[in-house]
Design a protein around this ligand. Structure first.
Ligand code: COA
Length: 159
């Protein structure tokens, strides 16, 4: 199948499947990260709380969640987190479709930017977000790390 499946909002009932997808997707990143991603510790409770408080979007394939993105209004923009595509569903534009939905959501809310954090150890992810219109605005180190571990990226939205 070449077409991108329909994107819909995450619902409270998706929490368990969403947590399983996030854990399996982040366990299958291009490289292991130091420190390991906190996404590996997501649970139905933690993601259920995020979905209820702020929401996000997802796409299904064959009746199962294949991709998802959480968001939250933060620091004057729409923060995007936990972008996760099932390993078998990668490379077919699902992540790009979810980021486009986040952009529509930000515009609906009258926000002028999207922002997110990407590990510096994952050049493929950095390239994906750069190709999607994001640029680095800062670098941060995890607590206890002397060198930066994370790129803070944003995408400015034209009014
Ligand atoms: C990163 C991730 C979300 C990409 O999902 P995806 O559905 O495969 O991405 P898409 O198919 O929408 O890719 C869009 C473009 O980015 C490129 N791209 C995506 N991931 C890439 C990678 N790891 N390395 C190089 N290029 C990549 C694709 O080639 C594609 O380019 P094209 O439009 O020129 O063909 C997915 O690999 C994933 O879930 N990874 C594990 C979790 C993770 O790291 N999430 C992001 C945390 S910041």
């Amino acid at each position: 199948m070449n077409s991108v499946p329909a994107v819909r909002r995450l619902r409270a009932g998706d929490a368990e499947a969403a947590a399983a997808l996030v854990r399996s997707a982040f366990a299958a990143q291009d490289a292991a990260t130091d420190p390991p991603s906190s996404a590996l510790r997501e649970t139905a409770d933690s993601l259920g709380a995020w979905i209820e408080a702020d929401g996000g979007c997802c796409a299904e394939e064959g009746g199962a969640l294949a991709a998802l993105l959480l968001w939250a209004e933060r620091d004057g923009g729409l923060y995007c987190g936990r972008l996760a595509v099932a390993p078998a569903a990668r490379g077919r534009g699902l992540a790009r479709a979810l980021m486009a939905e986040a952009e529509r959501e930000a515009r609906r809310r009258g926000l002028t930017r999207l922002h997110l954090r990407v590990r510096l150890a994952l050049p493929g992810n950095l390239a994906f977000f750069a190709a999607t219109g994001f640029r680095e605005v800062a670098r941060e180190a995890h607590a206890g790390y002397a060198e930066p571990t994370t790129s803070v990226m944003e995408k400015r939205l034209d009014p």
